[in-house]
Design a protein around this ligand. Structure first.
Ligand SMILES: [Zn+2]
Length: 95
């Protein structure tokens, strides 16, 4: 049926155009795209990222990093306690 033929070729043309649009869009994004150096997430405008040294870090990792930095004194205290504990154990065992 000719109508069907027309629709099919129109559809083909549309899908080609759609593909070209996607290519252009992908290219457009690639320019602004960065890969998070920590979690490997690919981000562009929708996933905010900041460069740290030569790496880009996404907002999610940045939040985690901030949390770690915020709890750093506590973490250091824990490490210190751990060191003292193992020293005490060593002393007790006479190592
Ligand atoms: Zn990340």
């Amino acid at each position: 049926m000719p109508d069907d033929e027309k629709t099919r070729s129109e559809r083909t043309l549309e899908s080609i155009l759609e593909g070209k649009k996607l290519d252009a869009y992908a290219e457009h994004c690639t320019k602004k795209m960065h890969v998070c150096g920590l979690c490997g997430a690919v981000g562009y405008q929708r996933k905010p990222m900041k460069p740290i040294g030569s790496k880009w870090v996404c907002i999610d990792c940045m939040r985690e990093l901030k949390e770690i930095l915020d709890t750093l004194p506590q973490w250091e205290a824990e490490i210190q306690i751990g060191k003292e504990m193992s020293k005490k154990i060593d002393d007790t065992l006479g190592v």
